[in-house]
Design a protein around this ligand. Structure first.
Ligand SMILES: Nc1ncnc2c1ncn2[C@@H]1O[C@H](COP(=O)(O)OP(=O)(O)OP(=O)(O)O)[C@@H](O)[C@H]1O
Ligand SMILES: [Mg+2]
Length: 357
């Protein structure tokens, strides 16, 4: 059994968890949503300062709730890429300090690998290979998961991420930040067939469209034009119908691509991760379409869809069990493809060398 204390500060949640293999012992998430709400989005410098103010308390609380002490912790994990550089640095510095002070190995974790591992916490018997639909505030990707650390991107967005599109359209509809949950709630009272919107197909030079890549900029523009037209015709905007139609279109677009990809590559399991995995229309449509093709589809519980440190700890525990550790010289990276995740770890040979120094 591998026990890890994990830190996540890549964006606007200060999160710390203690995880044993695929089991959560404690998970503290201090959300900064209230702080950023007045700006309508995350302000990076404000996020970093807020992490500094909160992190020590979150670490102490996570350890206390777990009922464990430092002697039971096998490694210190932290998200080190991708994300807001200042925010990442707070978690990374805290993790390095703890690793040095308590003489524990450091395990840097790729944020998106964490989102994939959220599903292992919910389904401890889950094993690769499977297809992951990762839909978050910054990413929309179809990822072939072949093993821990072995990923291939099969499709991705050409412009906005799905969560970003939700946030921008919510702003257009005068809804509060973050926009995804607000649209989801409002859509429950609306008619998803009220407006016909474009699904954002990517044309290929020789004709036809890209089967797995997506685009949300056309949909966003269509929403803007529609809202402008409706505002000319009437002073009352049918916001619930607009939210339901927009959400239904995003869900249809993602479902179509995900099912096509799973069938073409022969995956019998689809795992969904990231904040947009909480969306009700996506959950309903994907479950229905997958059932028709005899494909199993797994959604993590809502608390594990958005950013948390338990998912980071789960990924770190698996890496640590395989002897993957990070050098104390590990840096934070605002960008790093998930296919390059093994760059975060020293090979056993290198770590032996470091020990000798
Ligand atoms: N029920 C929902 N329906 C649609 N979108 C949602 C829902 N709940 C959350 N979201 C969206 O999920 C996003 C946040 O997810 P997450 O925390 O995974 O993203 P992130 O960490 O900011 O981005 P990334 O993981 O790509 O770095 C926001 O854009 C939010 O609007
Ligand atoms: Mg995230």
């Amino acid at each position: 059994m591998v026990t890890v204390l994990a830190i996540e500060t890549s964006c606007d949640e200060t999160a710390v968890a203690v995880v044993q293999d695929r089991q959560v012992c404690s998970s503290i998430v201090a959300s900064q949503v209230d702080v950023h709400q007045e700006y309508g989005g995350v302000v990076p410098e404000v996020a970093s300062r807020q992490h500094v103010a909160t992190i020590n308390q979150a670490i102490a609380q996570a350890l206390e709730v777990s009922g464990l002490d430092w002697s039971a912790i096998d490694g210190i994990a932290t998200t080190c890429a991708p994300g807001l550089i200042g925010a990442l640095l707070v978690g990374l510095t805290a993790a390095k300090t703890l690793a040095l002070a308590h003489q524990k190995p450091l395990v840097g974790v790729h944020h998106l690998e964490g989102h994939i591992y959220a599903s292992y916490l919910a389904e401890p018997n889950l094993e690769p290979p499977f297809l992951c639909l990762l839909v978050s505030g910054g990413h929309t990707s179809l990822i072939a998961v072949r093993d821990c650390g072995n990923y291939e991107i099969l499709g991705q967005t050409r412009d906005d991420a799905a969560g970003e599109a939700f946030d921008k359209v919510a702003r257009l509809l005068n809804l509060s930040y973050p926009g995804g949950p607000a649209i989801d709630r409002l859509a429950a009272q609306g008619n998803a067939q009220a407006f016909s919107l474009p699904e954002g197909n990517i044309s290929l030079p020789g004709g036809g469209s890209h089967p797995y890549d997506s685009s949300f900029s056309g949909l966003k523009t269509a929403m803007l034009r529609l809202v402008q037209k409706l505002q000319q015709d009437s002073s009352v905007l049918p916001v619930a119908d607009l939210a339901a139609s927009f959400q239904g279109t995003v869900a249809r677009s993602l479902t179509r691509r995900t099912i096509a990809c799973a069938l073409d590559y022969g995956f019998s399991t689809i795992v969904v991760g990231g904040g947009v995995a909480a969306n009700r229309a996506l959950r309903d449509q994907l479950k229905l379409a997958a059932a028709k093709q005899n494909i199993q589809v797994l959604f993590p519980p809502l608390a594990l869809c958005t950013d948390n440190a338990a998912m980071i700890g789960c990924a770190a525990a698996e890496h640590l069990s395989r002897g993957h550790t990070s050098a104390l010289t590990l840096g934070a990276r605002s960008r790093l493809g998930i296919e390059d995740v093994m760059q975060l770890y020293t090979t056993p040979k290198e770590s032996d060398k470091l020990k000798q120094l």
